[in-house]
Design a protein around this ligand. Sequence first.
Ligand code: HEM
Length: 515
Amino acid sequence: MALFDHVQKNLDTATVVVLGVTLWLTYALGLGIYRVFFHPLSKVPGPWLAAATQWYETYYELVPNGGGAFTKRIKQMHEQYGTIVRINPNEVHIDDPEYYETIYSNKPYDKLLSFENRFNMPHATFMTAHADVHKRRRNAVAPFFATNKVRGHGPFIQSLVDKISQRMTDEYSGQKKPLVLNDVFGCLSGDVITNLAFARSYHLIESQKWESPFTTAVSNLVHTSHWTTQFVWIIPLMNCIPDKVVMALSPIFKPIVEFRLAMEAQVRDLLSGESKEIKEASHKTLFTEILASGLPPEELTMLRLQNEAVSVIGAGFETTRWSLTVASYYILANPSVYQTLREELIAAMPDPSKILTWGELQKLPYLSACIEEALRLGYGVVQRSPRISRDSFFHYKNYLIPPGTGVSSDAYHMHHHEEIFPDSYTYRPERWLGNPKGPDGVKYLSRYNVAFSRGSRTCLGMPMAYCEMFIALATVFRRHELQLFETTKEEVSFHHDMVTPQPPYGSKGVRVLVK
Ligand code: HEM
């Protein structure tokens, strides 16, 4: 007690601060030394600073080039250190196309816990880190996404595209009025998902300026994702603040909160049994499938269903609109591609008012190749999505990667392997013609196109995305002659990794004139 009094009397504030900082620095230095020299991953090559501290990743995600620069930095690391690199203290990235399906396999691997809450929907299937919980949730929603169900929605998707096509004729044809395809396809994707998943129409494709509240919300969500991933306390802190205050204080979070509240309202309608739209819907919605799936009551709470609703829109909206935009740009920017596609579409559909079904369109080789190549150069999702084994080692070459380690690859790395995709930055649909094999002469080339990822967490919405892409591109390019307007490759280039690839800040999008 006497010693305590003595210390208290003789320690001024400055001394306490200096002591605290010294202790913290000693701890940080010790931890860094342990991670670089004694950690189980210490033999994996990579920059020592990335091995020593998570701040290395944080810096690249937040600062250079306006943020979202870590994926490109990882590519540089591979050029310097080889196919396996340690990209942060607890994660390795493997850039070996033959190893991709070992990481993204059907085994019950977890996702990173620090990624779970970054979009404030930790209970959604998409975000669920724990493999067993994920499997249960995925099984509940899977019937909604089944290919045969989506096939049945083809005529509905066609009806939406018909309306867009009509507007292109009525409002844009022959006028010097540019149409921003990013916005048009954003409205289409938004209407498809909300109608099919929730039996609710926001009539986005009818909006005068092709505006969609989801565009701003999802765009703001992905643009804040590095902050909310690197500083995991941001979301819990925000959740303590009343929504009204967040909306008043933050123009970035306002559309996100509004989007969440809109989804909450939908779920409330559903649970109360008062939703006229759901009762009258001719198809089973996402929610009717979940409620019929036999999940226990704790999986059917308002919060859980709201998280699922927000995530399905988020997962399907930005990716599909981007892929359609990328496809349209490259088709229009390459006259021979445009010409060949038009010829195929005219031969297959002599009467432009009669567009083939999705199943029939899938048999058109050049259209299919254009879509495959757009998915390759659009990447889908560029940010790595690490897999973690809780109890077994990953073996790669001479490296044994212990349980608990994040292991990743990504579409950006996969899609630029020159031995698989020669001249990989060039849009060449021809590379897909004839269903060719990959470099080993055994596996099909399509196995190396991983825009939808692979394995137990592969994209559930893949059939819906393909259906939408086939119908939209076939209709637009069969019925209309388009011309790029003040648009360059920059508009569809990957400049920032905001989970999805983003063009340079200030991009005006892919703009076209309708002849
Ligand atoms: C071209 C369009 C699309 C692309 C490129 C794409 C890509 C992806 C990728 C790469 C993943 C895996 C992410 C990860 O491992 O963390 C994923 C998951 C998912 N996607 Fe898609 N997606 C597209 C369209 C859609 C659509 C239209 C929907 C829904 C309507 C959808 C719903 C989902 C869901 C629910 C998951 C989570 C699956 C799970 O965790 O088990 N996606 N998507």
